[in-house]
Design a protein around this ligand. Structure first.
Ligand code: PDD
Length: 282
């Protein structure tokens, strides 16, 4: 029987329920993380849970969990479900309380749920690349918080799905921010460009690993906002996320990127990423 983590307890999937007045359900008032499992080990768990604690702090959510305690419960859950390759989604909401926009006073107990998902590396797409479309970024101005409130991202992803694309790359008045569930990189003349990690994007953990690889390899990593035109004229384009890893983009809005082949800088970043899977999975 598949187990779900509810607060500190592993329960059978059929018994895992949240309240109708949970603030996560009513307001999207909560935060989440997705941690990848490779070969029975958690990849960059520390970075993910540090980001979760930051998200909690940014929304004024008081929680007792630590990086260590979260790592431990997530490991227990993955083990219980026998997931050796996949990931864990973990959500924490501000809890169940009579509906009122303002925080409950006194605070109620936060509600944590976590579930596993078996998942294989997208090797074919990593080899051949994917197509993306572009769309307006209609989200709020605190995209640095990994909030459960994902309606803007959901609508962007649905737009991509409608046009048979892997991802929707969002832009604010022509300035590229990030994908619906990924970060975006343009490579020009051997240098990597990506939006600064400010309030307009999620500071992706995979993005950080790409930065480490750039440092290792002496590849220039520019945290600089760029335009849609710059993206479309790039030598190589990448999207990155915990599930997509270092994913080459070969088509944008139906037009090929460069010659439509995956480029050499992308290959270097992918190889470097694979090395980090080895060294940062515990
Ligand atoms: N999403 N930007 C957004 C809006 C995201 O939702 C994600 C990840 C990223 C990449 O972050 P990371 O490299 O830490 O996964 C960037 C996860 C995978 C999800 O919602 O499933």
């Amino acid at each position: 029987m598949t187990k779900i983590l509810v607060n500190d307890i592993l329960v059978d999937e059929q018994d895992a329920k949240v309240a109708y007045n949970d603030r996560g359900y009513n307001f999207g008032d909560g935060i989440y993380e997705y941690v990848r499992i490779y070969d029975n080990k958690l990849f960059t768990a520390k970075e993910h849970f540090e980001r979760l604690l930051r998200s909690a702090q940014e929304i004024g959510l008081d929680i007792d969990y630590t990086v260590e305690s979260l790592t431990e419960v997530v490991r227990k859950l993955a083990e219980a479900n026998g997931v050796t390759d996949g990931g864990v989604y973990l959500q924490i909401t501000r809890g169940a309380s009579p509906r009122d926009h303002a925080f409950p006073t006194p605070p109620v107990e936060p509600v944590l749920t976590a579930f596993t998902k078996a998942y294989e590396r997208p090797l074919d797409k990593l080899e051949n690349g994917v197509s993306v479309v572009t769309t307006d970024d209609i989200r709020w101005l605190r995209c640095d918080i990994k909030s459960l409130n994902l309606l803007g991202n959901v609508l962007a992803k649905e737009y991509a799905t409608k046009y048979n694309a892997e991802e929707a790359i969002q832009h604010r008045e022509g300035t590229v921010t990030e994908g619906a569930s990924s970060n975006v990189f343009a490579i020009k003349d051997g240098a990597v460009y990506t939006h600064p990690a400010n309030n307009l994007i999620l500071n992706g953990i995979t993005r950080r690993v790409i930065q480490w690889v750039c440092d290792d390899e002496g590849i220039t990593f520019n945290e600089e906002a760029f335009s849609l035109d710059f993206l479309k004229a790039a030598d190589e384009v990448i999207i990155s996320s915990t599930s997509a890893e270092v994913m080459p983009v070969v088509k944008i809005d139906g037009e090929t990127v460069n010659d439509g082949k995956v480029g050499s800088v992308t290959r270097k970043l992918q190889a470097g990423f694979d090395r980090y899977i080895e060294s940062h999975s515990h």
